[in-house]
Design a protein around this ligand. Structure first.
Ligand code: FAD
Length: 602
C-alpha cells in the first residue's frame, strides 16, 4: 500500500496523528539518519515522489522553513548547493540576541521579536544556547555610544539613557527574559575585564544575551526537520526551472557529488538562498528583489591576548557609528564585525581594510595591544539585506527584519532576517504558502513549542558523558563542547566506547575530539575535509595553523568512514590546504606579499 504522508492524510487523521506517523515512518526509513547514503536516497525519493514544498538553501533560513513545513505535515525537500551552513549561517557572531543596538534606533518591535525568539530558542534547544553576560562600558566624551541619537539636557550623562535602554531591553523580553542587567563599579569592571581601558570611564553595565554554535544550530534544525519527515541533500545545486503556463513545474538539480541530474516536482518552491536569493529568482524569470550584500568580517584571536574571562564585551562606539563585540569562544575570542557594502558574495574573504578597522577599534578600547601577528584567522560572511523590490511584486512584509515575497513562477522568497529569528521567519513563510493554498494558518505556531532534536533526555546524555569522563580522560572544555550535541551525544559516546583513539583531541589546545569526525561522517552528511574542519568543528578558524597539520590524520579517519582511497585522501588534504591558504590573502596583502592562487571551491 502506498501511504502518502501529507496534508491529504492530515485532513483525515488530524494534525497530531499525522505527525506521529510521519515521524515513525521516517525513523523506520532512516536507519542512518543524515548519512551520505540517506542523502542519495533522499534525492532519489524527492525526484520520484515529488514534494509539497521544495526549499532551496541549507542555511538557517532554509532549515527553519523545512522544519516548519514538515511539522505541519507537508512533504518537504531541501537542497543545498554546497555544504549545509556553508553560507552566512556559519559566519555569524553566534549570538542569539535581541539586538541591543535596535533600541537606539527606537525599533522596539524588532527588539521584542528577537527577544521572544531568543527565549523560545533557549527553551526549545537548551543544550545549544547558553546565556552570556556582556560588559558595556561608557566613556566620557562619547558622541553616540551604541548609536544613541539623543542627548539629555542639563549635563545629565549618557549613563541615564543607556540604563533606560537596558531596563527596556529586560522588560521587552517579558516572561522569556534572562538575568536582568546590573550596573558595575570601575573596580568590578576592571576585575572582569582587566584589559579594558578605564580612564575616562563614565559608567558601566552588564546585560545578558545568548550564545550558540551557528553550524550546530543549523544541523540540529535540519535533523529535527528530517525527524518530522523532510528529505534533505547537500551538494545538490538548483540549476534551473521547468515552467508550465508561467508556473514552476519542476526544479533541476545537479548532484555535485554523484554527477547526476535530478528533476523534482514541487507544489511550491521556497527560495531561501540568502545573498543568492536574487539569482535564484532570475533563473525562473524576472527577479523582484535586489539584495544589497553587506560584508561582515570577524577576527579570531587567543583569549589570553585580551585577558578575557567568561564575559563578552561591547565596544560602544566605532568611527562609523556602530558597535563591536568581543565574544569568548573556548580558548579564543571572536571580534566583530565590520559592515561594508558591496563585494563578491561568492568570494567572502576579509581584506586588509577590514583587518585594520577591527584592530584599530580594539586597540582604542583595550590596554593589551593587538597586533596583526595575534590574528589566528579572519573570516567573512554576507548579510542578505534587501535593498529594494519592484513595487509590482506582491509581498507580505511580516516583520522589520525579514520579508516573504512572491517571486516569479509562483516561487516564494524569504529574505533578510537573523539567525536568532529563523523560527519566526519560517513560520511567516509557511503561513504565506498555506494562505496561497486557500487555507487558514493555525492560530498557534507548532514550532514555538517544538523542542529541537537532542533536547529530550539531554541530561541523561550529559550524565553518561560525565560518568565516563575519568575513564576516557575528558576534560571540562571537551565535556562542554560535546554537550552541544544534546542526545546525539549517545552516538558520540558509542564511537568513543569502541575505539580509544576517538577520545583524543584533534588539536591539543582545542576541545574537539576525533569521535566528532566519525560522527559527522556517519550522521551529518559530510563529503569533504573542509565540511568537517570548518563547520562540524571549527579548527579551521581556531587553530594556529588553520588545521593544516592535522588535516592528513582527519582525512584518514574520514577515509575509513566514507571509503576514500589513498589518492582521494591526498586530493582532499591538498584541496583543504589551498583553501585555507587562499583564505589568508589579507595577511599576504598586508605584508606586500604575493597572493596565493585561488581555488575553485564547490
Ligand atoms: P545562508 O546561510 O547564506 O544560506 C543560504 C544558502 O543557500 C547557502 O548555503 C547557499 O549555498 C545556498 N544556495 C545558494 N544558491 C543555491 C542554489 N542554486 N542551489 C542550492 N542552494 C543554494 N544573526 C544573529 O542572529 N546573530 C548573530 O550573531 C549574527 N551575526 C552575524 C554576523 C555577520 C558577519 C553576518 C553577515 C550576519 C550575522 N547574523 C547574525 C545574521 C545571520 O547570520 C544571517 O541572517 C543568516 O545566517 C542568514 O541565513 P540564510 O539561511 O538566509 O543564508
Amino acid at each position: 500500500m502506498h501511504l502518502r504522508i501529507g496534508p491529504d492524510l492530515c485532513i483525515i487523521m488530524g494534525d497530531i496523528s499525522q505527525q506521529i506517523i510521519a515521524k515513525e515512518m521516517n525513523s523506520l526509513m532512516n536507519e542512518k539518519p543524515l548519512s551520505i547514503e540517506e542523502r542519495r536516497d533522499g534525492l532519489a525519493r524527492m525526484a520520484r515522489d515529488g514534494v509539497d514544498v521544495l526549499v532551496i538553501g541549507g542555511g538557517i533560513t532554509g532549515a527553519g522553513v523545512a522544519l516548519d513545513a514538515a511539522a505541519r505535515g507537508y512533504r518537504v525537500g531541501l537542497v543545498e548547493k554546497a555544504d549545509f551552513a556553508s553560507g552566512t549561517s556559519s559566519k555569524s557572531t553566534k549570538l542569539v540576541h535581541g539586538g541591543i543596538r535596535y533600541l537606539s534606533q527606537f525599533d522596539f518591535a524588532l527588539t521584542r521579536e528577537s527577544l521572544v525568539e531568543r527565549g523560545l530558542l533557549l527553551r526549545n534547544a537548551p543544550f545549544l544556547v547558553q546565556p552570556i553576560g556582556f560588559l558595556l562600558p561608557l566613556y566620557a566624551g562619547a558622541k553616540k555610544p551604541m548609536g544613541t541619537p539623543i542627548r539629555l539636557p542639563f549635563g545629565f550623562g549618557m549613563g541615564y539613557i543607556l540604563r533606560a535602554g537596558l531596563i527596556l531591553y529586560d522588560m521587552l523580553a517579558g516572561r522569556l527574559g534572562l538575568q536582568p542587567h546590573r550596573r558595575l563599579s570601575k573596580t568590578k569592571l576592571s576585575r572582569m575585564a582587566p584589559c579594558l581601558k578605564t580612564d575616562k570611564l563614565e559608567d558601566a553595565f552588564i546585560y545578558f544575551d545568548g550564545q550558540t554554535d551557528d553550524t550546530r544550530l543549523v544541523m540540529t534544525v535540519l535533523r529535527t526537520a528530517v525527524d518530522q519527515g523532510a528529505s534533505i541533500a547537500n551538494y545538490a545545486e538548483v540549476t534551473g526551472f521547468e515552467m508550465a503556463g508561467g508556473q514552476i513545474d519542476a526544479v533541476h538539480i545537479a548532484d555535485r557529488l554523484g554527477g547526476e541530474g535530478y528533476s523534482i516536482r514541487a507544489r511550491k518552491v521556497v527560495n531561501a538562498a540568502g545573498a543568492s536569493a536574487g539569482t535564484i529568482e532570475e533563473m525562473a524569470g524576472v527577479s523582484s528583489i535586489r539584495i544589497k550584500p553587506a560584508k561582515g568580517v570577524h577576527l579570531t584571536v587567543a583569549r589570553e591576548s585580551l585577558k578575557m574571562g567568561k564575559y563578552a564585551m561591547v565596544l560602544p562606539e566605532t568611527d562609523d557609528g556602530r558597535l563591536l563585540f568581543l565574544v569568548p569562544w573556548g580558548p579564543r575570542v571572536t571580534i566583530g564585525t565590520t559592515d561594508t557594502e558591496g563585494g563578491d558574495i561568492n568570494d567572502a574573504t576579509a581584506g586588509p581594510a577590514d583587518i585594520e578597522y577591527l584592530l584599530r577599534h580594539v586597540n582604542r578600547y583595550m590596554r593589551c595591544r593587538l597586533e596583526e601577528s595575534d590574528i589566528i584567522s579572519a573570516w567573512a560572511g554576507y548579510r542578505p539585506l534587501i535593498s529594494s523590490r519592484k513595487s509590482s511584486a506582491q509581498s507580505s512584509k511580516l516583520s522589520r527584519t525579514h520579508a516573504v515575497l512572491d517571486g516569479p513562477g509562483g516561487m516564494v522568497s524569504i529574505v533578510g532576517g537573523k539567525l536568532t529569528t529563523y523560527r519566526r521567519m519560517a513560520q511567516d513563510t509557511v503561513d504565506h504558502l498555506v494562505r496561497g493554498w486557500g487555507k487558514k494558518p493555525p492560530k498557534h505556531s507548532i514550532t514555538a513549542n517544538l523542542a529541537l532534536e537532542g533536547t529530550a533526555d539531554r541530561e541523561l546524555a550529559t550524565a553518561d558523558l560525565e560518568s565516563r569522563s575519568v575513564e576516557y580522560g575528558l576534560e571540562a572544555d571537551v565535556i562542554r563542547r560535546l554537550s552541544l550535541y544534546g542526545t546525539e551525544l549517545f552516538a558520540i559516546l558509542d564511537i568513543m566506547a569502541t575505539d580509544a583513539a576517538m577520545r583524543r583531541r584533534i588539536v591539543p589546545d582545542l576541545p574537539y575530539v576525533m569521535a566528532e569526525v566519525v560522527y559527522a561522517c556517519r550522521r551529518e552528511m559530510v563529503a569533504n575535509l573542509d565540511d568537517v574542519l570548518e563547520r562540524r568543528v571549527h579548527i579551521s578558524f581556531e587553530d594556529r595553523d588553520r588545521g593544516t597539520t592535522v588535516a592528513p590524520a582527519v582525512a584518514e579517519v574520514m577515509a575509513v568512514e566514507l571509503g576514500w582511497d589513498a589518492a582521494e585522501v591526498v586530493r582532499q588534504v591538498e584541496r583543504y590546504r589551498r583553501r585555507t591558504a587562499s583564505d589568508a590573502r589579507w595577511s599576504t596583502a598586508l605584508s606586500g606579499g604575493k597572493e596565493p592562487e585561488r581555488v575553485q571551491i564547490l
